[in-house]
Design a protein around this ligand. Structure first.
Ligand code: FES
Ligand code: FES
Length: 166
């Protein structure tokens, strides 16, 4: 059995038939070929699958596809305009991307933080990204990259700095 959902992804409307037990990360990667969203643990523990849903960061592995019906989702592919988003540039410039597996989720979590707190302190950044695991960088470069975007990020919508679904 499949269910029909309507979801806006990166500004584009999609009318999809999905398995009710499919997760949002699977729909994004398998149905829409948006493979920038990474699937790590599949159980809400690593944050690599983070996307923005109605402006808030969520672990898309914990969202069943029907829960995305009527929602607006932004993935890493939707963040850049003609040029990379300032956070993407900062992550690259500050060395906050090594293997890169955590980066899409980390950057979207940072985007949501800067939306509500354009000038976060280190503690606030570390708290916001606490659910995004990185095995490579030790987090210092990540914090530095996010700090460097304080007051300069192209953020244009309110959202929460912590995940709605841990
Ligand atoms: S894949 Fe690890 S939290 Fe979703
Ligand atoms: S850069 Fe490799 S996991 Fe973060």
């Amino acid at each position: 059995m499949k269910v029909r959902i309507n979801v806006i992804v990166n500004g584009e409307k999609h009318d999809l038939e999905v398995k009710p037990n499919h997760t949002l990360v699977d729909v994004l990667r398998e149905e829409l070929s948006l493979t920038g969203t990474k699937k790590g643990c599949g159980s809400g523990k690593c944050g690599s699958c983070t996307v923005l849903m109605d402006g808030r960061p969520v672990n898309s592995c914990l969202i069943l596809a029907p829960q995305a019906d009527g929602r607006e989702v932004v993935t890493i592919e939707g963040l850049a305009g003609r040029e990379p988003h300032p956070l993407q540039k900062a992550f690259a410039e500050k060395g906050a991307i090594q293997c890169g597996y955590c980066a899409p989720g980390m950057i979207l979590t940072a985007k949501a933080l800067l939306d509500v707190n354009p000038n976060p302190q280190e503690e606030e950044i570390r708290s916001a990204i606490a659910g995004n695991l990185c095995r490579c960088t030790g987090y210092s470069k990540t914090v530095e990259a996010i700090r460097s975007c304080a007051n300069s990020s192209r953020n244009n919508r309110p959202s929460a700095g912590r995940k709605a679904y841990a």
